[in-house]
Design a binder for this molecule. Structure first.
Ligand SMILES: [Zn+2]
Length: 337
């Protein structure tokens, strides 16, 4: 199912439900059609095409990696909002009709999709869906107390912290730089490579003719090192200095992602979120990746949730294995560039 098809089906289902509840169609007819179409829709349901379509059409979006760019155009922004809202409404309608296995299938696939899709799935689809569910929760629809919905919040927000924020980039232990694949093996480059691999040498000087200096400089830029030309003497000298620029950039991007994540989490009503997340609340709010990672791994590897949250001392019910979804093989925790 492609992105347009997925959006269209969700809009159709929500429209059908609303036609029944508003009296435009007899309620039992609308309800029967809703259940039949939902059952077919869930056969192939996945959010992956939606996330991928945003990650390709949405490259200019100012994001958590510190890239400043032009604002989103309105069309994409409105599609973003609509998908999150449609998904939230589908979940609410499953709850109000008591469609437990459909709800389980729907929420189970959303959880798996958060682990397998481009990381924009959180900001573009999942977070808007969860925020709307909290806003629309009331005593009648039982959103907050439903264990399947609780599990959705616990796992999606755990995955959000693990996959989106990611671990703090570790400071390099020494000045050794790994070689970039496809490096040149001429004598000058081999000399430069020895310098790059050296754990304590930070600066090296290469005195040689212009052609060789240019070649060396063209290779050196791939390593993020600083190149200067010392013009005293003939021939001139290329001075290569190792820097911590790439680590600084990665660390800044990580801090930006942390700030973005905190902002998103603060947008939820905290008392409602506390009930929904139970034992997961504290580590999620603290962005404690180390505490969340085992549960996210467990979901990915075993296709079921561990019975208890990170604190291991609650009576939170285990809703059991998630049925019928595509099975990933490992948690992807991408490194910073
Ligand atoms: Zn070379």
């Amino acid at each position: 199912m492609n992105a347009k098809h997925t959006s269209f089906c969700m809009a159709y289902l929500v429209g059908m439900y609303n036609a029944g509840s508003s009296g435009k169609l007899p309620e039992n007819v609308a309800c029967t059609i809703f259940k039949d179409v939902l059952s077919d829709f869930l056969e192939d349901f996945t959010l992956a095409p939606l996330a991928q379509s945003f990650s390709t059409t949405n490259k200019r979006k100012p994001n958590s990696y510190g890239i400043q760019s032009a604002p989103l155009d309105n069309a994409i922004a409105s599609v973003d909002r609509r998908n999150g809202s449609l998904l939230a409404e589908l979940i609410l309608h499953c709850l109000s009709l008591g469609l437990e296995s459909e709800l389980d299938r729907l929420t189970g696939q959303i959880m798996i999709d958060t682990l397998e899709s481009p990381v924009n799935i959180f900001e573009d689809i999942c977070l808007p869906t969860l925020k709307l569910l909290v806003r629309k929760s009331d005593e009648k629809n039982n959103v907050v107390q439903n264990p399947v919905v609780q599990r959705l919040f616990q796992m999606v927000l755990s995955a959000f912290v693990v996959q989106f924020v990611r671990a703090e980039p570790a400071a390099p232990k020494n000045w050794s730089q790994p070689l970039v694949p496809g490096y040149c093996t001429c004598k000058d480059c081999m000399d430069m490579n020895s310098f790059l691999a050296h754990p304590s040498q930070q600066v090296s000087r290469f005195r040689m003719g212009e052609g060789r200096r240019r070649h060396l400089e063209s290779q050196a830029v791939r390593y993020g090192v600083k190149c200067d030309t010392d013009r005293s003497g003939s021939p001139h000298t290329l001075v290569i200095t190792k820097t911590r620029d790439s680590h600084k950039k990665a660390h800044l991007a990580w801090k930006t992602r942390r700030a973005d994540a905190k902002k998103h989490l603060n947008e939820f009503d905290q008392s409602t979120l506390r009930v929904l997340l139970s034992n997961w609340y504290d580590p999620i709010i603290a962005l404690a990746i180390g505490k969340l990672l085992p549960d996210v791994r467990s979901l990915t590897m075993n296709k079921s949730l561990p019975p208890l949250g990170p604190n291991r001392n609650s009576s939170n019910r285990d809703p059991g294995p998630i049925t019928k979804r595509k099975t990933p093989t490992e948690v992807i925790v991408p490194d910073d560039d």
